[in-house]
Design a binder for this molecule. Structure first.
Ligand code: ADP
Ligand code: MG
Length: 615
């Protein structure tokens, strides 16, 4: 007796539904995508009990006539592609002809649809895949789909649904994705008869982000200067350095209008942010990639969440480049606020001195440096002593490691002509809790974390040196040998030249053994072989795709923290002034090399709002 049988159509649909319809949010995704493909300008969504009891999507799209409406519920029936060749360049969101029959096979399903200009519309009711009713219906032009009691006939799937709240959140996330992906479409979401949001059709992506997430978020984003290279165009907004989230929910990437999840894209974004992102945090991105449809395969995942690129490394490069550029451009915005005179008419203090000094171990060997002149208790010059009181001056100069050594002629005692010294204008007000420098600029109040600021300055300085002449090294008194397991040995051998560029003098010394005879001058290491083991561990975990420069940067980022001035290190006024000026000269001044913010700007407008002066 033959054992193989063709599955009945309804069972086959349920099997397919297993892939396409995972939860209420996936139903919603398919329905909204159909509406958008149908040219809808307005989409209204209603959900009950997390979408488990009901998901209803109403659109004002092109609608269907009766024949098409019936056909749309057959498996593999689609209006979007006609031949295998069309698969090469899919321009619509749907194309598999699977969603409607799949959904209808695992729910109580009702479709009403009418083409504009048609006398009558059509209503079709299907329960668990079986057509119960087909009749004329008289709704407004467009299509309305109701999906009730999801998985009522598939208990095994129903068990996997989460709590209603969780499903609701998934639904909200899904509709956020769609709303961001299609700003021109108006969206409305009702949950259990409560209006969650109503988004008007937006002229631009920026307007949509503002309507959905608020102006505060929009103000912390930087718009990408859209660039196209090698058939890839990238637009959108990304969070400025220092802005991050604990989850990935606002890290959105769209490829040809489709929200995509991909490890490669996530990796590229991380790489683009690099030191501008805190460890373990996620960036905020609204990234839109436009790629020739023939260069992307969307037919990889039944729910179309993933895509395959023909040239993934070109996509990766384009993303990294565009994020880096955008972040650096974001810096100009910050600097602008320091270019106008600060708000108070008070003059800029005269006793301003470029006094932060390199520690001997940080200075390049050929550079000369002076010991910090002892300021004793010299009064710190503040033009309006009545208004601004600088904190007590410590008797002992802290050992500051400042990167830029000014020439001897630029002695600290020479009153600095503010204009000549720098374009940056700000006024230091004081230091809070021996850590936060308070100052004002044209925009209002600025708080600077002195430790984080100094880390950023040191980091960029050391990186610059590494790029230019290599890190200055310091010979060890006694060269050391150390053994490593075979895999590490292999790793070291492959990365010898990078390690040397980073200032680590290391060479093979027999099988599995290496000799170190010098280390970067800025390090303060008591046990070189233990240090090397740690560096290897750290750098190995930093990822295989990282460039040589990047490995060096990781090491610097890890070490600068120990050398930067600490919270509690009391600084003198000139030192703070120098610190801030150096910070503003950095490529990425607004976050430390670990992605924590260095500066927080509180605008006057914000203050006025807080004090109820302005609504
Ligand atoms: P696909 O979207 O992959 O083509 P679906 O099963 O989702 O497959 O939909 C089948 C067909 O039904 C679509 O190709 C489209 O022609 C039609 N259709 C579905 N939803 C709508 C809608 N909201 N408005 C107009 N036509 C629709
Ligand atoms: Mg579809």
């Amino acid at each position: 007796m033959s054992r193989i049988r063709l599955l009945p159509e309804t069972v086959a649909s349920q099997v397919a539904a297993g892939e396409v319809v995972e939860r209420p949010a996936s139903v919603l995704k398919e329905l909204i995508e159909n509406s958008i493909d149908a040219g809808a300008r307005k989409i209204d969504v209603l959900i009950r009990r997390g979408g488990i009891a009901l998901v209803r999507v109403v659109d004002d799209g092109c609608g269907m006539d009766r024949d098409d409406a019936l056909l749309s519920l057959e498996r593999h029936a689609t209006s979007k592609i006609r031949s295998a060749a069309d698969l090469q360049a899919v321009a619509t969101l749907g194309f598999r002809g699977e969603a409607l029959p799949s959904i209808a096979s695992v729910s109580r399903f009702r479709l009403t649809t009418r083409e504009s200009g048609a006398v009558a519309g059509t209503e079709i009711v299907i329960n668990g895949g079986k057509i119960d009713v087909v009749r004329d219906g008289g709704e407004a032009p467009g299509t309305q789909v109701e999906v009730r009691s999801l998985f009522y006939n598939v208990p095994a799937r129903r068990k996997f649904l989460r709590a209603e709240n969780t499903e609701s959140r998934n639904i909200e996330h899904q509709i956020h994705l769609q709303a961001i992906g299609h700003p021109q479409v108006a969206f409305c979401l009702l949950r259990d008869d409560r209006m969650l949001f109503q988004l008007p059709s937006a002229a631009t992506l920026g307007d949509r982000i503002r309507d959905l997430f608020g102006i505060e978020l929009l103000e912390r984003l930087v718009e990408i200067d859209s660039t196209s290279s090698r058939n890839i165009r990238i637009d959108g907004y990304i969070g400025q350095a220092g802005l991050s989230r604990q989850t990935r929910t606002q890290q959105l990437v769209f490829v040809n209008g489709r929200a995509i999840e991909s490890g490669m894209l996530t990796g590229a974004i991380r790489e683009g942010y690099h030191t501008a992102l805190m460890k373990g945090q996620y960036p905020v991105t609204f990234l839109f990639l436009q790629i020739d449809p023939a260069s992307v395969d969307v037919n990889v995942h039944p729910a179309k969440r993933e895509v395959r690129f023909r040239d993934p490394s070109a996509v990766r490069e384009a993303i990294v480049h565009s994020i880096q550029q955008t972040l650096e451009r974001g810096r100009a915005g910050w600097q602008e606020k320091f270019h106008a005179p600060s708000i108070s008419p008070t003059a800029i203090p005269t006793e301003v001195s470029p006094n932060l000094k390199l520690r001997p171990e940080i200075a390049a060997p050929q550079e000369s440096y002076r010991e910090l002149p002892h300021l004793g208790t010299t009064v710190v010059g503040v033009a309006d002593p009545g208004r601004t009181r600088f904190p007590e001056i410590a008797g002992q100069a802290p050992r500051l490691a400042g990167p830029r050594v000014d020439s001897a002629s630029d002695a600290f005692a020479v009153p600095r002509d503010a204009k000549k010294a720098s374009q940056q204008q700000f006024q230091i007000l004081g230091v809070l809790n021996k850590l936060y420098v308070l100052m004002e600029n044209a925009d209002g109040l600025v708080l600077v974390d002195q430790h984080a600021a100094h880390e950023r300055i040191l980091f960029e300085e050391l990186r610059r040196r590494m790029e230019e002449q290599g890190v200055p090294t310091q010979k060890l008194l006694l060269p050391q040998t150390f053994d490593v397991p075979p895999r590490d040995a292999d790793w070291i051998e492959r990365n010898l030249s990078i390690l040397q560029k980073m200032g680590i003098g290391i060479e093979p010394f027999g099988p599995g053994t290496f000799k170190i005879d010098s280390l970067p001058g800025f390090l303060d290491v008591s046990d070189p072989s233990q240090f090397m083991r740690k560096v290897i561990d750290d750098l190995k975990s930093a990822g295989h795709s990282t460039s040589s420069m990047r490995l060096g940067e990781e090491m610097i980022a890890k070490t600068v923290c120990r050398h930067a001035i600490k919270a509690n290190d009391p600084l003198r006024y000139p030192e703070i002034d120098k610190l801030i000026r150096d910070l503003l000269e950095c490529d990425l001044p607004y976050c430390c090399p670990h992605g924590r913010p260095t500066m927080i700007q509180i605008s006057l407008a914000e203050l006025e709002k807080k004090f109820g002066r302005k609504v």
